[in-house]
Design a protein around this ligand. Structure first.
Ligand code: GAL
Length: 810
């Protein structure tokens, strides 16, 4: 039996964002400045734009993070192809003039980019700083040798080249789409990504914490220092401290190790993600010269070949979803609130784990997973040396794989949420002997930087002798994508191996569209006979859980399998949300995926409630479809429920029968002739009513309802309110096929930054102040400006009563 136990704890290099805005140098000598404001941008290539004297007066002013692809119009002819979202890519340049205080001359100053898609090249005051092909990894450049100080202006220029296409199997976005910071520290300082915290021992009450700090002396003189490390609990109370002194030569970079004992520990759990913080203070001649914060969560976990996964000694299934990085209408441009909203919606469904398919995520994703209690599989690559798309990362592989993988581990290894490193998704090298060497090499790179988490890969070849990544013996945890029928034999096929289903389902659905009969399963492409051009239903896929890609399954099929097999650590559903690109099963104008449990606008599809009924302890009763059909037509009514023995369905007050889940059933169904009116479901336990749900036949569209997810947002120019728009009849019922064009008017300190309706084949712009409803709903996203006040969003449509919401910006 191969058993992989990880009894460690981790902390976080993180997070500059705690310090996102410049801190007063009194308090903290490390100044971290949000560097997203006041950039100039132009599409196209301008080789002279790297020079200080270049005239960018005609360029557009903007604020980062910025994704220019999402601003474009859809076309089948864009080189990105519909697979990449059918949006434009190309080249673009960014420039920013800035000054730095005189005292920065005594400091070490660098710029940090969290990710630029892709092939970024950076210049400061005309000096070339370097190139980074990988669009998902963070990087920094030292600026000190080239800066001018005081009133003089510095000029940073960034070229982004996303022209060679297709370079991805999904939508990537283009530009400086993640955050940028300017960091200034004392010459003697904690290096970039310079801490690593582990917990070599944890028992019920106490933990040993081990901290490694990489201290760097970038001055020209030898320096004595003292390093003080403190561990603070959630209430900022010091719970442990360690101090040491030493000496660093000019240019020296040295690892200093501290260890601590913490009593009465609070563990990091999915339900209660308790976070400590490690503060490292550097002193020179009695003066504080740097302060660095490393969040920390104490937990231990194990992937076991017989018992599956456990966290802090408690067995649990990993109930995960795969997520690509786009944020729907906002494109790839990082926004913390938009990521948080996605995670909130998933948490409410019962998701406890995220796989960052198939690339390093934004740091904000990991910070939120730490705070909200998600387990993370952090993934490095979708391709190695062998390509998947003509212009993808295989071209950069030889030169960059080592650096990119090392940087991923250094950047992320302090996140308590991360419990698996994936070195690749469905990598071609699994099929031939080249996989042996590369797998070993990549696993060694990871282990040299972190031995506390398993190295895994998402494999597809499940014949052991034909899978060379498996044959390398270098994986600690086997990940398998799809092939759920084979899982029951895996304990024999892969004896002694810990196994997770790294990607599953690829079930397909469009919110609010239903095709009968619902009990016949359709596998694309063999059986998928949905007409392409039927008005509102064109390019839609039925949302009963009965359509999937041929390599996958319905949601229920795989979940039943995983649920029944103790040795399977859990699964990651493909995908949590719909994402831009990969619009299987349809051709253009389909341009976003159908795989999500939640649509692109963030509205749950019905399968969401199947998971909720299985994965949460809250009582659930969800019934569908809508109740607008032709008189007499046979309609399949489904119910997902839990915490009840049975569900009774009533049509216009008359019972049409009681249904109970049998065996491993995950839903119940009635097939009844449609009759206009109300159908009502009642779930009961021991004869007592648990929940009741009603759906009414809707009349003509009459009014708009606008519902904001938050009516108070911060005046920071970043925060968002997501406003759901519903088209209702006079009685307040959702009109299930409403497609009214809704116009938005906004006043006050806010702006509309995106609109969507979740329809996978809509060619409307994500950036207009209007949107057609799709199956009764659409979404408008409002962002605060940097001013307090009240934003009013008015939603109107011809022939409908309008509605408005007010949002306090504070
Ligand atoms: C998988 C792949 C994913 C996505 C999915 C669609 O094979 O890993 O990236 O393409 O198929 O079903």
């Amino acid at each position: 039996m191969k058993k992989f136990a990880y009894q460690f704890l981790f902390a976080l290099v993180v997070f500059n964002y705690i310090l996102l805005t410049a801190c007063s140098s009194e308090e903290n000598p490390r100044e971290v400045t949000d560097f997203n404001l006041d950039w100039k941008f132009s599409l196209g290539d301008f080789p002279e734009a790297s020079e200080i004297g270049f005239d960018d007066a005609g360029w557009r002013g903007l604020e980062l993070p910025h994704d220019w692809s999402i601003e474009g119009s859809f076309s089948e002819d864009h080189p990105t192809t519909p697979q990449g979202g059918a949006l434009p890519a190309g080249k673009g340049w960014y420039r920013k003039a800035f000054s730095v205080p005189e005292n920065y001359e005594q400091k070490e100053v660098w710029i940090e980019f969290d990710g630029v898609y892709r092939n970024s090249e950076v210049w400061i005051n005309g000096h070339y700083l370097g190139k980074r092909p990988n669009g998902y990894i963070g990087f920094k450049y030292d600026l000190s040798p080239y800066l001018v100080y005081g009133d003089s202006q510095n000029l940073i220029a960034v070229k982004v080249d996303n022209e060679a296409q297709p370079n991805s199997r999904w939508y990537t976005g283009s530009g400086i789409y993640r955050n940028v910071r300017l960091v200034a520290t004392g010459k003697l300082h904690v290096d970039h990504w310079g801490t690593f915290v582990t917990t070599p021992e944890i028992d019920d009450r106490q933990a040993m914490v081990s901290l490694a700090v990489q201290l760097k002396n970038s001055s020209k003189e030898e320096g004595e220092f003292s390093l003080v490390s403190r561990i603070l609990d959630k209430d900022h109370k010091e719970v442990a401290k360690h101090e040491s002194t030493g000496n660093l030569k000019a240019g020296q970079n040295e690892k200093i190790e501290h260890s601590f004992q913490i009593e009465n520990i609070k563990l990091w759990k999915v339900e209660d993600p308790y976070l400590y913080e490690v503060i490292s203070e550097v002193y020179q001649n009695g003066q504080k010269v740097d302060v660095y914060s490393t969040p920390l969560g104490i937990r231990y976990f194990e992937f076991d070949a017989q018992k599956g996964f456990s966290l802090n000694g408690v067995s649990m299934k990993i109930q995960g979803v795969c997520m690509h990085h786009d944020l729907g209408a906002l494109g790839a441009a990082v926004n913390t609130r938009a990521i948080q909203r996605q995670l909130e919606i998933l948490k409410e469904m019962g998701v406890n784990a995220i796989r960052t398919a198939h690339n390093p995520p934004a740091p904000e994703v990991l910070r939120l997973c730490d705070q909200m209690g998600f387990i993370v599989q952090d993934e490095a690559f979708d391709a190695w040396k062998k390509r998947k798309a003509k212009e993808d990362y295989h071209k950069d592989w030889d030169e960059w794989y080592q650096r990119d993988l090392e940087d991923l581990i250094k950047r992320d290894r302090n996140h308590p949420s991360i419990m698996m490193w994936s070195i690749g998704n469905e990598i071609r090298e699994q099929f031939d002997s080249t996989g042996l060497v590369i797998t070993k090499e990549l696993a060694d790179i990871v282990k040299a930087l972190d031995t506390t988490r398993p190295v895994t890969a998402a494999l597809t070849e499940n014949e052991p002798e034909k899978n060379f990544i498996y044959q390398s013996g270098a994986l600690d945890l086997l990940g398998f994508n799809y092939k759920h029928e084979a899982y029951a034999d895996f304990s024999k096929t892969f004896p002694g191996e810990a196994i997770i289903a790294s990607e599953n389902m690829s079930a397909l659905a469009t919110r609010g569209f239903y095709q009968m009969p619902s009990d016949s399963t359709m596998r694309w492409p063999e059986a998928h006979d949905i007409p392409l051009e039927t008005g509102n239903d064109a390019y839609a896929v039925s949302a009963y859980d009965h359509v999937s890609a041929y390599w996958g399954s319905t949601h229920e099929e795989t979940w039943k399998t995983i649920k029944a097999l103790d040795y399977m650590a859990g699964l990651f559903v493909w995908t949590g949300f719909d994402y831009l690109g990969e619009p299987i099963p349809y051709p253009y104008p389909a341009r976003s995926s159908y795989f999500g449990i939640v649509d692109l606008a963030g509205f749950p599809k019905d399968a969401y409630y199947m998971y909720q009924s299985e994965w949460t302890k809250d009582p659930v009763l969800h019934i569908f479809p809508h109740w607008n059909w032709k008189e007499g037509e046979l309609v399949d009514v489904w119910a997902y429920y839990n915490q009840a023995d049975e569900v009774e369905l009533f049509l216009n007050g008359k019972s049409v029968g009681v249904q109970k889940k049998q065996g491993d059933d995950l839903h119940v169904m009635w097939r009844i002739p449609f009759e206009k009116g109300t159908f009502k479901a009642v779930s009961k336990k021991d004869g007592e009513v648990v929940l009741e749900k009603e759906i009414h036949t809707a009349g003509a569209a009459h009014q708009i309802e606008a519902i904001a997810d938050r009516t108070e947002i911060d005046a920071d120019g970043k925060d968002l309110s997501f406003i759901k728009i519903k088209v209702l009849d006079e009685q307040g019922n959702l009109v299930p096929d409403a497609a009214n064009l809704i116009n938005f008017e906004i006043s006050g300190p806010g702006k509309i930054v995106g609109v969507d309706n979740g329809y996978q084949a809509s060619l409307e712009s994500f950036k207009s102040p209007f949107r057609k409803a799709f199956n009764g709903m659409c979404l408008v996203i409002v962002q605060s400006e940097r001013a307090k006040g009240t934003v009013t969003l008015l939603a109107r449509s011809e022939g409908l009563e309008e509605d408005k919401v007010s949002i306090r910006v504070k």
